[in-house]
Structures are given as structure tokens and as C-alpha cells.
Write a protein that binds this ligand. Structure first.
Ligand SMILES: [Zn+2]
Length: 226
């Protein structure tokens, strides 16, 4: 592997993913990260095994068959049950075309992506919403080569997972699988300085706030992002 994932979900986020306590939107983000990250796949298998053990020891010693079937139920969930569900007969979307580019989608997004909204484009940026529940906002974000997203802060959390290509901000450089979490205190300017387009999965928990003097000009963009 050339570029490997460096930005992982925290251990507590993984634990919450495994015990099913994350919201569906954040669980989707973690599940998508797992599609890219063998390290976190192994870690979450260990966590699931631990959960199964503590569940088994916590419950009254039932018959061994019950115990085994409970154990299997816990371990048989390769993905979090809370992941945004779409009808099983929805088409699987393996590739996505945007801005004249063809992107291969990770498994966790292949069904959900058949339900995306139309792409909205502005300059070299395009976004399409995926179904989500309030207060979260889930979207695919396309950033063309040599393109910057206007500087902004957030009222809530902004979580971004790189799906293809690469991008960077004031804090570092990100490759496919990297998970970037920005809190309301962070101001950042994501940009794609490379020669290939970038596709990201974005989860917002509140509208973005644009900082620069162009706020009025960017108002439509604010709506566009949220
Ligand atoms: Zn990871």
C-alpha cells in the first residue's frame, strides 16, 4: 500500500460503534473507515469479542446452547445494526460519476448512494446529500484538483472521511480512509492541492459558519453545505 490511513477513529468511538450506541450517521462514517482500515477492523473484532465475553459472563449461566447462540448473535454483526438502513432491494452503486470523474465507492456506501440527491456544484466543488436523520447532515463532497473549500468554522461537529484522492488543511494531509473530526473551535480551509479530484463523505451536526469577509457572497454556499 502506498498511502496508508493515518487518521483513525478514537478507541472510544470504535467501542461505541461496536456496542451500537453511535447515531446511525456517525456509525456510517466509522463503518466506511473500516472498509479502508485493516488496523481498525482488527481492533473492532477484538472489542466485539470482549463485548461478547462480558455479555456472556454477566448473564446468568443459561444452557450452553443459549450461550452459544447469544455469542453468535453478537459476533455475527459485522456491521453496526444502527447503520442507516436502505431497503435491501435498492440497487448497489459501485461507481459514482461526478465532475467528469469516476469514483469507486466503498462497500458501506454502495446501497445508500442510490438514494443521493442531485449534485449541486459551485466552482470546483460539488455536493450531494445522502439520507440522514436530524440533526445530522450526511453528504458526498467532491473537490476538484487544485480547489479549496472556503474557510469556515462549525456550530457543531464536522466529520470528514476521504474516499478517493487526497486533500489537506492547516493540520495535515489526508488520504483515502482518513477520518477528520473538527469541533466548533476549529477553523480550517480544506483544499485539494493535488492533480487528481477528491471525493469525501461528510457528516455535519450543525450548519457551517463562514468566517471571511465574503460571508454574504457565501451565504448560498452555506445553505449548499448544510
Ligand atoms: Zn483505522
Amino acid at each position: 500500500m502506498g498511502n496508508s490511513v493515518k487518521h483513525h477513529p478514537s478507541l472510544s468511538l470504535l467501542e461505541q460503534f461496536c456496542d451500537g450506541s453511535l447515531t446511525a450517521e456517525v456509525a456510517l462514517l466509522v463503518a466506511t473507515h473500516l472498509d479502508y482500515c485493516p488496523h481498525c477492523q482488527r481492533l473492532s473484532k477484538d472489542i466485539e469479542a470482549d463485548l461478547a465475553c462480558s455479555f456472556a459472563t454477566a448473564s446468568a449461566p443459561a444452557g450452553q446452547d443459549d450461550w452459544l447462540s447469544m455469542m453468535q448473535q453478537v459476533l455475527a454483526q459485522p456491521e453496526n445494526a444502527a447503520i442507516l438502513s436502505v431497503p435491501a432491494n435498492d440497487p448497489v452503486v459501485k461507481n459514482l460519476e461526478v465532475g467528469g470523474h469516476d469514483f469507486e465507492l466503498p462497500r458501506a456506501l454502495q446501497r445508500l448512494s442510490s438514494r443521493r440527491s442531485k449534485w449541486l456544484t459551485l466552482g470546483g466543488i460539488a455536493t450531494a446529500r445522502l439520507p440522514s436523520g436530524e440533526p445530522h447532515h450526511v453528504s458526498l463532497l467532491f473537490i476538484d484538483k487544485n480547489t479549496a473549500v472556503p474557510q469556515h468554522t462549525h456550530k457543531g461537529l464536522e466529520m470528514t472521511l476521504v474516499l478517493a484522492g487526497e486533500m489537506e488543511d492547516e493540520h495535515g494531509k489526508y488520504v483515502p480512509g482518513d477520518l477528520i473530526i473538527n469541533t466548533p473551535d476549529d477553523t480550517h480551509t480544506p483544499r485539494n492541492n493535488s492533480d487528481v479530484p477528491c471525493l469525501c463523505l461528510s457528516v455535519l451536526s450543525a450548519p457551517l459558519h463562514f468566517k471571511q469577509g465574503m460571508t454574504r457572497l457565501l451565504n448560498p454556499l452555506q445553505r449548499f453545505f448544510y
